[in-house]
Design a binder for this molecule. Structure first.
Ligand SMILES: Cc1cc2nc3c(=O)[nH]c(=O)nc-3n(C[C@H](O)[C@H](O)[C@H](O)COP(=O)(O)O)c2cc1C
Length: 193
């Protein structure tokens, strides 16, 4: 039987992004667990700001279709959000909005199980953005979002040279979250009894 496919991405394409670092670390953890990890960057899915007139005249852009298909073919999805003004940054919200407009096989938001990560240089670690992302995924898109989440505060000093987290307990919590995501994704996809 196949293993669950777990998609991971960050809501930042900034050089040196802490969210991208956390997403990459999660993908590394996933690669040692019983799943098929897929790490993507939103830089490979360039999209205009959503505009209904654009959609009406030109349809949904190809990158939105591709992102939608990545989500729909995943059994689990781990999204790491940065925090902009206590919310989800426009890059991530725009990508989700466009993907929600694309039609295709499978449902990109109700099929996979979602887990949320957040990080910021501040003391709250992007917690407020994580709540907004939870609202978008669960209330807006009817997605199943795990209660557990990964939060890394003080991001400027949280990552070691090798990309791991300096705080061993935080590293263990991330690993536990990835294990839970795999288990729940496998159950939902009928890959495990
Ligand atoms: C427009 C803007 C608003 C921000 N607002 C917040 C905020 O509300 N809370 C916070 O912790 N950090 C805030 N920051 C700082 C970001 O957390 C920081 O730039 C972070 O490195 C962005 O994530 P990234 O490293 O993944 O690109 C803000 C940054 C920008 C550019």
């Amino acid at each position: 039987m196949r293993t669950p496919r777990i998609l991971t991405f960050a809501g930042s394409i900034r050089t040196g992004s802490y969210s991208a670092a956390l997403a990459a670390l999660a993908a590394k953890e996933l690669s040692s667990l019983d799943c098929e990890p897929v790490l993507i960057s939103l830089a490979d899915y360039p999209l205009p700001i959503y505009d209904a007139d654009h959609e009406a005249s030109e349809g949904v852009p190809a990158p939105a279709m591709q992102l939608r298909d990545q989500l729909a073919s995943a059994d689990g999805v781990f999204i790491v959000t940065p925090e902009y003004n206590a919310g989800v940054p426009p890059l991530l919200k725009n990508a989700i909005d466009w993907a929600s407009r694309a039609k295709g096989q499978g449902d990109p938001f109700t099929k996979p199980v979602f887990a949320i990560g957040c990080t910021s240089p501040g003391a709250l670690g992007g917690y407020r953005a994580s709540m907004m992302l939870r609202q978008v995924l669960a209330l807006g898109l009817n997605g199943l979002v795990l209660a557990e989440q990964a939060m890394v505060a003080g991001a400027g000093n949280a990552f070691a040279e090798d990309g791991g987290l300096k705080d061993e307990r935080a590293q263990q919590r991330l690993r536990t979250l990835m294990t839970t995501l795999i288990e729940q994704a496998a159950l939902r996809a009928g890959l495990r009894a």
